[in-house]
Design a protein around this ligand. Structure first.
Ligand code: HEM
Length: 186
């Protein structure tokens, strides 16, 4: 996973529970790199999981709740770091539709070795779509949080329901999504 995600996780913990809590998580994961993490470098996926599990133990939250909350925070963090990706995009649905073929393609050019998930879209109408998520990382709960962050960014209450999940034995994860058109544009 790219360093930027680790940096955002540190910000997420520090802003919500303080720098001492993040230091304590690092103490719980002594195998992590001692030198500062840098955004474009790739670090083992297992490190994110280890930090997340350490946070769950210390804060008494479930991994799903932690990932969902981090996903929402992450969207805001990514947008403020890479504002160019939102240039000219005026609504949440257009942004979501652009993630796979534009945003993550640019991410791969910018950060060598980045492996964002595969997203496949079914556009069902102005307010409705289906997004299929495929990734060996199995972070569909992070995806849920990112959807919440997307809605918060545009002031649009995005409704989403996960109708298939690899963790339940399905071939891929599927989200049925409704993004009300008018709210974000008023
Ligand atoms: C400005 C917007 C965005 C930027 C700059 C961005 C960038 C990134 C980056 C850098 C990664 C890490 C890739 C790696 O470590 O190899 C990532 C992962 C991911 N992105 Fe995005 N992203 C954006 C928006 C979104 C949105 C809106 C969604 C879906 C709603 C999404 C779904 C994901 C997921 C689920 C991952 C975790 C990796 C995985 O599941 O394999 N991203 N993204």
């Amino acid at each position: 996973m790219k360093g930027v995600i680790f940096i955002l996780f540190e910000e997420f913990v520090t802003e919500n529970w303080g720098a001492e809590t993040f230091e304590a998580l690092l103490d719980d994961c002594p195998h992590l790199a001692k030198e500062p993490i840098v955004a474009p470098r790739t670090y083992p996926d297992a490190w994110v999981v280890d930090l997340l599990m350490a946070a769950c133990r210390r804060l008494g939250v479930t991994p799903a709740d932690a990932l969902r909350a981090f996903g929402q925070f992450c969207f805001g963090g990514l947008v403020s770091r890479y504002p160019g990706f939102l240039k000219g995009v005026t609504d949440a649905k257009s942004l979501l539709m652009s993630v796979h073929q534009i945003i993550h393609v640019e991410v791969k050019k910018l950060m060598e070795g980045a492996v964002p998930p595969n997203l496949f879209y079914e556009d069902l109408g102005p307010e409705d779509l289906v997004v299929h998520y495929e990734s060996k990382r199995g972070l569909c709960t992070l995806m849920e949080g990112l959807l919440n962050g997307l809605g918060a960014h545009f002031g649009t209450p995005i409704e989403h329901a996960q109708t298939a999940c690899t963790h339940r034995g399905d071939a891929r994860c599927t989200f049925r999504i409704r993004i009300p058109l008018l709210v974000g544009k008023l």
